[in-house]
Write a protein that binds this ligand. Structure first.
Ligand code: ADP
Ligand code: MG
Length: 242
């Protein structure tokens, strides 16, 4: 199977700080890859390089037909095909839930208002918030707002979804509802790369786990590797939690 994402020998520094060191991995269509590791190990940077929110120093990244690290990249088309959700949801407070979701399809894809609204209803149903279309973000819980942010990404029909610690700001009860939405997406065959501290979730949903340490892919394998870490660093990370 041709991977949908290929990351090959990526290096990235900020000033004199090397953040990614020879990072390589690939992601098959329809699979879920969880990236774990301590704070500062380069997880977010790796994710951001895939969406070209950061530019690599060297190495190659391909996403579908997009050569992300090539000067000829069409950034708009890449961003259309890759959805990214962060810890902060960044919904527009003055727009309703459905208006938030309709915005990118309307502006970027020039979708008609009716089609965009219908599509918003569809993706809202996917995240279990069909009845919240006309609410404002401030009327929703943090978990609901995060689910709207996910729906907003889904509205662009991405080929790949990137999630960066999307539940870190939520209390445990609200975390569960967001994780269930992500699990549903995985079951529907969405290709996903997620940075997460939720080990139980990674175990359950991830086809592959990548443990990053000091900017490197330190250990990678099926989720079962979490039960039998081979490096002391992963053993230590799992043992001590965060
Ligand atoms: P993680 O997501 O695993 O916590 P990050 O990728 O956010 O790690 O950060 C890795 C390292 O890169 C950290 O030391 C962080 O301080 C540094 N870093 C991240 N982004 C920047 C930036 N824009 N400028 C300078 N240093 C950065
Ligand atoms: Mg991070």
């Amino acid at each position: 199977m041709l991977p949908i994402v290929e990351v090959e020998h990526v290096f990235k520094s900020f000033g004199s700080t090397r953040v990614l060191e020879d990072v390589s991995f690939s992601v098959n269509p329809g699979s879920v890859v969880a990236i774990i590791g301590r704070s500062g190990s380069g997880k977010s940077t790796a994710l951001r390089c895939i969406d070209r929110l950061e530019i690599v120093d060297s190495g190659r990244i391909r996403v579908g037909e997009h050569e992300v690290t090539s000067p000829g990249l069409n950034l708009h088309q890449l961003r259309r095909d890759v959805g990214i959700v962060f810890q902060s949801y960044n919904l527009f407070p003055h727009l309703t839930v459905e208006e938030n979701i309709m915005l990118a399809p309307r502006l970027v894809q020039k979708t008609s208002r009716d089609a965009a609204r219908q599509n918003a209803a569809k993706v809202l149903a996917q995240v279990g918030l069909a009845e919240k279309a006309t609410c404002y973000p401030s009327q929703l819980s943090g978990g609901q707002q995060q689910r709207v942010a996910i729906a907003r990404s889904l509205a662009m029909a991405p080929q790949l979804m990137l999630f960066d610690e999307v539940t870190s700001a939520l209390d445990p009860q609200l975390t569960g509802e967001v994780l269930r939405v992500m699990e549903g997406l995985a079951q529907d065959g969405m290709t996903m790369i997620l940075v997460t501290h939720e080990m139980a979730f990674a175990r359950k949903v991830a086809d592959e786990v990548i443990f990053m340490h000091q900017g490197r892919v330190w250990e990678r394998g099926p989720a079962a590797m979490l039960d039998a870490p081979t490096t002391p660093e992963l053993r230590d990370f799992i043992g001590n939690g965060l």
